[in-house]
Structure formats: structure tokens, C-alpha cells
Design a protein around this ligand. Structure first.
Ligand SMILES: [Zn+2]
Length: 176
């Protein structure tokens, strides 16, 4: 074992060659843990946005829309304050200790989603929601599609999209 590496604590050593952490026990023996890069880590970024929408089908009567979609079928629109929580998974970069830089993930969320939906009308203003019923479920799957390529380019993978529409209701999508 190479011990010319940095000392993590008085009794722990990180070996850059094997990418493993070894710890010296009180009685002098060393125990070596699994390589840091083989550990799947989940990191999460949360953003918020406010948007208007209306859930209604043109081929249904106003009564049927109201019966199915409740208040969200209101003909003159309404809004929600949404929480968007995005979890990404990957292996830790041993040089940085990061799976990915969360500020980079924040920039992707801002340009691909938040800038497009915040203070907008989800039915009318948002390119990736055109022609789609803006339920929270549909929104979660479309946001996944917006983010997947750019998250992959960071060397990690999308794990989940969670959207909280009200205090009582939230939706999670895991990409399948
Ligand atoms: Zn609504």
C-alpha cells in the first residue's frame, strides 16, 4: 500500500493508486474500505417556480372537465407555486469529491426549465408543453426529457424528478 498520500485523519489514509481509504485500527492493523469511485451517490437540487395552467379537454363539456379536474379546470386559469426537486446519481470524482457540481445542475435547471416556466402559462407559453395537458405528471415527464441530455453530459444520470404542486400533492418520476 502506498502511504505517501494525504492523511485524512490521524489514522486514515487515502491511497490515490488504488483509490481506497485505509484506516489504522487502535491495535495497529489496517482495514481498507471499498474504492470511493465504486459508490453510487445521489445528489439533489431544488428550485421553485410559479406558473398558471388549466386542466381541461376541449372535447369534454365544462361539467365533465370540472368533475375530472376540479378547481384546476377553472376556465379563467389559476396558478400554483411549484417546487421542483431533481435528483442525479453517479460515482464520486476522486479529485473533487463531487458527483457533479450542484451549481452546474442549477444552471441546467434554470436554462432548460425555470426560465421557460416561471411566471408563464403552462398551456400557452412553454415550448415543451405545447399541445399537452399540463398535469403535474405530464410536467414531470417533460421536464425529465428537457434535462436528460445535459445531465448525462456532466457524467452522471437523472434519478428522479419530483414536483410538489400543493402542500398535499406531489408527483415523482423515475424515467421509465
Ligand atoms: Zn391547478
Amino acid at each position: 500500500m502506498v502511504q505517501s498520500s494525504i492523511t485524512m485523519t490521524q489514522t486514515s489514509y487515502f491511497d490515490f493508486e488504488s483509490n481506497k481509504v485505509s484506516q489504522k485500527l487502535s491495535f495497529g492493523a489496517f482495514v481498507t474500505f471499498a474504492p470511493l469511485t465504486n459508490r453510487m451517490i445521489y445528489i439533489t437540487r431544488k428550485e421553485t417556480f410559479s406558473a398558471a395552467h388549466k386542466l381541461s379537454r376541449q372535447d369534454w363539456s365544462e361539467e365533465k372537465n370540472r368533475e375530472m379536474f376540479g378547481k384546476c379546470a377553472n376556465p379563467n386559469w389559476h396558478g400554483h407555486n411549484y417546487d421542483l426537486t431533481v435528483t442525479v446519481k453517479g460515482e464520486m470524482n476522486p479529485d473533487t469529491g463531487f458527483v457533479a457540481n450542484l451549481s452546474d445542475i442549477g444552471k441546467i435547471l434554470k436554462s432548460k426549465v425555470i426560465d421557460k416556466v416561471d411566471h408563464r402559462n403552462l398551456n400557452m407559453d412553454v415550448d415543451f408543453m405545447q399541445g399537452k395537458l399540463p398535469s403535474t405528471e405530464v410536467l414531470a415527464t417533460e421536464i425529465w426529457n428537457q434535462l436528460e441530455k445535459d445531465i448525462n453530459a456532466l457524467g452522471c444520470k437523472l434519478h428522479s424528478i419530483k414536483i410538489q404542486e400543493t402542500d398535499k400533492n406531489y408527483v415523482e418520476y423515475f424515467g421509465n
